[in-house]
Ligand binder design. Structure first.
Ligand SMILES: Cc1cc2nc3c(=O)[nH]c(=O)nc-3n(C[C@H](O)[C@H](O)[C@H](O)COP(=O)(O)OP(=O)(O)OC[C@H]3O[C@@H](n4cnc5c(N)ncnc54)[C@H](O)[C@@H]3O)c2cc1C
Length: 415
C-alpha cells in the first residue's frame, strides 16, 4: 500500500520483494481474512486503499462479503475472507496501474548510511547486486530488516513478555459447511480443547477462513514459539509448523463434524510471523493510549482491533475487547525511526509496545499505515519548482495537516 500510495502521488517507486509475488503474510502466510474494519458497534475505521483491495478481489469473485464474526471470546468484529492466490494478482495490478517498478526475487543485502541519512540499499537479485539510492526508504519487511542493517535502534521486550508465536496456515477441504457450522460454539470449543489436550492441536482453537472458490478453508491452529529473525530457528519452525498442521488436519478429519472427507491440500508458502522487531520511533505507541483512547494531532490511521496476544507456549490467548464505539489512532511519529531522517517503518514493525502491537498489527490497519507512509514519502520527496534535489528527503518535514487532508480525501479514516 505504501508503494501504491507514493507512486499515485508521482514519486518514482522501486518495490523490492524477496518472493516472486507481493503481499507477505496476506499471501505467503495465507492468513486469508482481513479483520476488524469497524468498531464492535459498526463504525468504519479502516477504508482507503484497503477498500480498493477488497473491491478488486470482489470483482474477481475472490472475497466474501463483510461479515460480523464473533470471536471465541465473545468479541464482535467485521471481517472479509479472501483467496490469497487471487490477492497476488490484485496486488500486481494495483502496483502496475500506479506506476510502481516492482523488483521481485530481490533480497535485501545491506544498507549504507551517512550519519542520519540512508544513502544506499543493495539487494541481491538473479542478475547480481543492484544498488539503489532512495530519497526515502520505507521498510515494510515486517522484520524491519533494512533499518536493522542500517543500525537503527529497536524496542526491547519487557520482563514477562515473549514474542507472539508464528503459525503455519494450512488449507483443508472439502468441508461440509452445513455440518461444520451446525456445531454449537460451546461444542466447537470443547472439541478444540479436546484436540489440544490430546496433543493433536497446538492451540485450543478450530479457527479458519473460508476459501471463496471452494469448500476448503485456511486453518489457523498451529503455534510456534520462534524468533523469526533467527535463521536457524525460522527453518526449524517451518518444519515443525508443517508437522503441527498435519496433526491438526488428522484431528479435523477424525473428530470434527463436516471434515471427514477433507484432506490437507496446501501449506502457507511460509510460516506466518506475527511479531519480531519493533522500531524505536519518535513516539512509542502504548496499550494505554489505545485503551484511553489518546487523540493525536498527527494521527494518520485508526483501528479497532482488540489487544490480541497469543501465548508463545501453551494454547492460551490474552484478548482485551474494546467498547462498542471504541477506536484508536496511530500517530505519524510512530513510523519515524529515531535514528534516521529519510526512513519510515510500517506494518508489524512500527514503534509500539508489545501489547499495542498486538492490536495494530492486523492487515487492515497495516494497509492503512502503509497508505499513510507512502503518501508521506511522496510529500517529503516532492520537488519545489526549479529544484533538482535528488538527495535524501526529510520525513519530519512533512506538513502533517496536508498529509492528513490528503489521506482523508483518499478515503482513509483517521479516527
Ligand atoms: C498466523 C497469522 C494470523 C493472522 N491473522 C490475521 C487475521 O485474521 N486478520 C488480519 O487482518 N491480520 C492477521 N494477522 C496479522 C497480519 O497478517 C500481519 O501482522 C501483517 O500481515 C503484517 O504485515 P507486514 O506487511 O508488516 O509484514 P509481512 O506480512 O511479514 O510482509 C513483509 C514483506 O516483506 C518481504 N520481505 C521480508 N524480508 C525481506 C527481505 N529481507 N528482503 C526482501 N523482502 C523481504 C516479505 O516477503 C513480505 O512480502 C495474522 C498474522 C499471522 C502470522
Amino acid at each position: 500500500m505504501a508503494a501504491i500510495a507514493a507512486a499515485r502521488y508521482g514519486a518514482a517507486v522501486l518495490l523490492v520483494e524477496r518472493y516472486g509475488f507481493l503481499g507477505g503474510n496476506a499471501t505467503a502466510g495465507a492468513v486469508a481474512q482481513f479483520n476488524s474494519w469497524q468498531t464492535a458497534g459498526g463504525r468504519r475505521v479502516v477504508a482507503g486503499l484497503a477498500d480498493e483491495v477488497v473491491a478488486r478481489l470482489t470483482q474477481l469473485g475472490a472475497a466474501g462479503a463483510h461479515q460480523t464474526f464473533v470471536m471465541s471470546t465473545g468479541h464482535k468484529m467485521d471481517r472479509v475472507e479472501y483467496a490469497p492466490e487471487t490477492l497476488k494478482l490484485v496486488l500486481d495490478d494495483m502496483v502496475i496501474d500506479a506506476g510502481v517498478q516492482p523488483l521481485l526475487h530481490a533480497t535485501l543485502l545491506d544498507v549504507s548510511c551517512a550519519g542520519r541519512q540512508i544513502e544506499a540499499v543493495r539487494v541481491l537479485t538473479k542478475g547480481g547486486i543492484v544498488s539503489v539510492r532512495p530519497r526515502v526508504l520505507i521498510d515494510a519487511t515486517g522484520d524491519i530488516d533494512a533499518l536493522k542493517r542500517a543500525g537503527a535502534r529497536f524496542l526491547e521486550l519487557e520482563d514477562g513478555e515473549e514474542l507472539q508465536p508464528a503459525t503455519m496456515m494450512f488449507r483443508f477441504g472439502p468441508i461440509d459447511f452445513g455440518r461444520f457450522d451446525a456445531v454449537p460454539p460451546d461444542e466447537m470449543a470443547a472439541l478444540a480443547r479436546q484436540g489440544f489436550e490430546q496433543g493433536q492441536l497446538a492451540r485450543a482453537a478450530l479457527h479458519c477462513a473460508r476459501d471463496p472458490f471452494s469448500a476448503d478453508a485456511w486453518f489457523n491452529i498451529s503455534r510456534l514459539a520462534v524468533d523469526a529473525t533467527d535463521p536457524m530457528a525460522l527453518g526449524r519452525a517451518e518444519i515443525e509448523g508443517r508437522r503441527q498442521a498435519w496433526r491438526a488436519a488428522s484431528y479435523l478429519k477424525a473428530s470434527v463434524p463436516g471434515c471427514a472427507q477433507g484432506q490437507l491440500r496446501a501449506f502457507g508458502t511460509q510460516v506466518g510471523v506475527r511479531e519480531t522487531r519493533r522500531i524505536e520511533g519518535d513516539h512509542v505507541l502504548t496499550a494505554q493510549e489505545l485503551l484511553a483512547p489518546a487523540q493525536f494531532e498527527d494521527a494518520i490511521a485508526a483501528g479497532a482491533y482488540p489487544i490480541d496476544i497469543h501465548a508463545a507456549r501453551g494454547g492460551g490467548l490474552h484478548y482485551q475487547s474494546l467498547g462498542d464505539d471504541h477506536a484508536y489512532q496511530i500517530p505519524y511519529r510512530s513510523l519515524i525511526p529515531t535514528a534516521f531522517d529519510n526512513a519510515l517503518a510500517v506494518g508489524r514493525g512500527v514503534s509500539a509496545t508489545h501489547a499495542a502491537l498486538a492490536a495494530i498489527r492486523v492487515m487492515t490497519i497495516s494497509m492503512a499505515v502503509g497508505q499513510a507512509a507512502g503518501t508521506a514519502a511522496a510529500l517529503a520527496t516532492r520537488r519545489r519548482p526549479g529544484s533538482n534535489d535528488d538527495g535524501p528527503a526529510d520525513v519530519r518535514a512533512v506538513p502533517i495537516a496536508a498529509l492528513r487532508r490528503q489521506l482523508e480525501s483518499d478515503g482513509a479514516c483517521l479516527r
